[in-house]
Design a protein around this ligand. Structure first.
Ligand SMILES: [Ca+2]
Length: 215
């Protein structure tokens, strides 16, 4: 019994110390790939952006053209007068819930003023996000942090980021991080920190992923 307890404690300690980052997720800040210079339009099936797929349309791989959120490169989800989608297949554990954080801005060169985009897991659990341009500029993009949650249905998950507007000037994306969700908001009142399987149980009972909103 004592050995079992020590083992359980060790597993828990490793879990808590790792921060639950999904290790095989790579190039989260778009820093690796064919040097885009100022920027390069990347079309579907082109592989300029390491480990990221452009699934349809086109995106702009941004280098020096505007201020990134982190590093020196980022993405405009609208490329050559068309909306685009980028995706990455990441390892997941079936039934576990994941938190995706990303920074969002918008191409300040032109409209629409509201830059809509969406995030999906396996083309489901889609959530929509927007960024309003007007105050940001290419040298001061005023990136904003956003959070997306999904529950994995398979040992791998197709994570995609999609522009929902037409034209040349799309939502701007950078600094994507995926981690295992360990917190739920219990009955909209109390934030609980749990093991991932326990998180799944709580979500099945109607709790919401992530900490409770501050009141
Ligand atoms: Ca970057």
């Amino acid at each position: 019994m004592k050995k079992l307890l020590i083992f359980a404690f060790t597993v828990l300690s490793v879990f808590l110390s790792l921060g639950h980052t999904v290790s095989a997720q790579v190039n989260i800040s778009f820093e690796t790939g064919t040097n885009p210079g100022s920027f390069t339009t990347v079309y579907a099936s082109q592989t300029n952006i390491t480990n990221w797929s452009v699934d349809f349309g086109s995106v702009d791989y941004i280098g020096t053209y505007w201020q990134p959120s982190t590093g020196v490169r980022s993405i405009d989800l609208n490329g050559q007068n068309q909306r685009g989608q980028i995706s990455q297949i990441i390892p997941t554990t079936t039934g576990w819930t994941y938190k995706v954080t990303f920074d969002l801005s918008g191409n300040p060169d032109g409209g629409p003023t509201v830059k809509f985009m969406s995030v999906s897991a396996d083309k489901e659990q889609t959530q929509f996000y927007f960024y309003i341009i007007g105050n940001n500029t290419r040298v001061d993009m005023q990136w904003e942090p956003n959070t997306y949650h999904f529950t994995a249905n398979f040992p791998i998950t197709f994570l995609s980021f999609t522009s929902q507007i037409t034209g040349f000037y799309g939502p701007a994306l950078d600094n994507i991080n995926v981690s295992v969700e360990t917190q739920v908001c219990h009955q909209l009142e109390k934030t609980l920190t749990l093991s991932p399987p326990e998180v799944a149980v709580h979500l099945a009972h109607g709790d919401t992923p992530g900490p409770c909103a501050e009141k």
